[in-house]
Design a protein. Sequence first.
Length: 476
Amino acid sequence: MASDSHPRGLRWRSNTFFIISTVALGLFTDLFLYGLVVPVLPFMLRDRLAVPEDEIQSHVSGLLTVYAGVQLLSSVPIGWLADRTQSRQSPFLCGLVALTAGTIMLALGQNIAVMVIARALQGVSASVVWTIGLAMVLDTVGTEHLGKTMGTIFSTISVGTLVAPVLGGLLYDKTGFGGVFGLAVGIIVIDFIMRLLMIEKKTAAKYDSTLARGATNPRQHETTNDDGEIDNAHEQDALLPRTRDEAYKIKNKPNKLVRSVPILYCLRNPRLLMAFALSLVQATLLAVFDSTIPTEAQSLFGFNSLKAGLLFIALDIPYLVFGPVAGWAVDKYGTKPAAVIGFAWLVPALVLLRLPTEGLEHGTNNVALYCAMLALNGVGLAVIGSPSFVEASEVVQKYDQANPEFFGANGPYAQLYGFSSMFFCAGLTVGPVLSGALKDSIGYGNMNIVFAAVAAVTSVLSFLIIGGKPKVWRRR
């Protein structure tokens, strides 16, 4: 026992499941509130702010851009600050304070300026939860179980993106703004309580040394080298050369900027850059579906917003089911097979989305065909959900293990996820713009062929760069 007095409920509050659930709820809250508010924005602008009808679309686009832009710009600085704090819990709580303030301002704001500030605060909160939250996941489970954990988290929070727009529309229709923001506040309160109760593993170990067995320091984990072999310090002769350390050891003193932002040194690694590229492409594809399914459903089948929203069930259920399985496969066989197979799977799946637009089937059969094609794409999206995060974590972990004094006490992991969040957010920003331009110029079917080509190129590059030699090949 490291201390005679310790917080009540120390064991369950520092339990791995509780910590992961808290982070997952934080991510869920971010995505849920985003999806909950977006369908209501046009009505808020028209009814409360008296914005003319012909200006509503531009204002909605502007408010969405503010959110994405602030998240894009703040992710790396927030990660940098988080790596220099004693505890990740404090900034994690501050992020929720920003979300609460932004939500209240959005609910009560009477002019565009207040709405812009509200969306900016929500963007800051999103940066916090996607950088510090993911760093806490790595601190808790390590890289060995990161794929399975992230796959499960992403599958779970996808429910938020599925039900939020539908709930937002229904609540606004039945109760007005009060019901929408009442639900938002309720979720924020639950999120706040869990973040407040959570105790990080390293903090819990200070009170009870037996809890150190559950703590995971990325510098102490076994990792795979570029050939997929396990590095275990206990099984190596201390007199033998440490080729892993030599490959990732910083030999020359970096410049002042790199010393201030240590993660910049890791950006010379092609595997890390490719991991960021995977995040960019993954987010772009997700945004393409979000932005084109409603409009295509309306033009093909005459669906209203509610029916169009229900089509996302076909896309999200495979994501929910196969996400944990794909994450487990990443942990067991490495990032290369999942990345290569996942993006390769999306090539024909995206091409097949043109079938309902070609008039091959009619009526309800065409709706069923479209849902089936969306489900095939949902499987691919589930498979590509984990490799980018796991690959980036493994690469940076090797630099951190080889140079612990350079990266500081907490390592560069919040900075890493800040960069990852930045690329992911860039994809979410570019996806709707690019898909809209392509759909208008060459049609929905041809647009999907373009993104199928992007998936094909990504699959080939993943084979060449990601993950070294796959574990599944090594076991033959």
